[in-house]
Write a protein that binds this ligand. Structure first.
Ligand SMILES: [Cu+2]
Length: 252
């Protein structure tokens, strides 16, 4: 249902949507029920000529039930929501499938740098491909990412993946995703990170296996001409010891 508004572009997007839907249905049903009872009582006990209002202290056993029974219901449904949320957390954040591709994501005020592993599938080798604000991935592969920040706390958010992860300076935070839909989707910093926070968008381009390989070959072989995907921003190759990529205080 949520996918009508926002495409599900990762393998765990539907799992996250399922949880959001479960919470919406539980909260929604109880909201409508509670409002119906409230307005029903207002109408039933509205002012009438010749009838004095009764002061209800709520101490009678029959009256207390109006409070205690909904409390029990809240506890039961809370447990259901917590159990479902823990299951999703485990599937998305705790257990990761075996890695097939690697990408390094570096946040800074106010742009994203993506270091793609290149044809050899390994980071920090001569064929790494570095792009700014545009990430290129292949549909159907499990990507593990390492997330860095060069200055303040940022948050790597890809709504179509249902993925959001803080980037914390001084820490390398790892995660994973498996793109399932071809196309271009938004990336946005989701943490207030300074004046240019709103100007920190990016894009993830998900290509078919052939498209993605051609994109990599076009960049890793300077002589090659076949490029089906043209990067929106200038692309430079990065060497393993590129000092421009080093963190503050780190020597490479
Ligand atoms: Cu930011």
């Amino acid at each position: 249902m949520i996918s009508w508004l926002l495409p599900q572009a990762s393998s765990f997007a539907s799992t996250v949507d399922g949880l959001v839907l479960l919470i919406s249905v539980i909260v929604g049903v109880w909201f409508i029920l509670a409002e119906a009872v409230l307005f029903g009582l207002i109408v039933k006990f509205q002012a009438r000529d010749g009838v004095r209002g009764r002061y209800v202290s709520g101490e009678e056993k029959t009256e207390k039930r109006w409070v205690s029974y909904p409390h029990y219901a809240v506890i039961v449904f809370d447990i259901i929501i917590i159990a479902a949320a823990l299951r999703v957390w485990n599937d998305v954040k705790v257990v990761a499938p075996p890695s097939e591709e690697q990408v390094r994501i570096v946040a800074q005020q106010w742009s994203w740098t993506f270091v793609h592993a290149g044809l050899d599938g390994r980071l920090d080798t001569a064929d790494d491909i570095r792009t700014v604000d545009d990430m290129y991935v292949r549909r159907g592969r499990v990507y593990t990412f390492e997330l860095h920040s060069r200055d303040v706390v940022h948050s790597f958010s890809v709504p179509a993946f249902r993925l959001k992860q803080d980037a914390v300076p001084g820490r390398i935070i790892r995660g994973w995703f498996r793109p399932t839909l071809e196309g271009t989707f938004d990336i946005q910093c989701a943490e207030m990170c300074g004046l240019g926070h709103g100007l920190m968008p990016g894009r993830v381009h998900i290509g078919s296996p052939t498209q993605h390989e051609e994109w990599m070959r076009g960049l890793t072989n300077p002589g090659a001409t076949a490029r089906t995907v043209t990067p929106a921003t200038p692309v430079t190759r990065v060497a393993a010891n590129d000092p421009a990529y080093a963190h503050p205080g780190e020597t490479r």
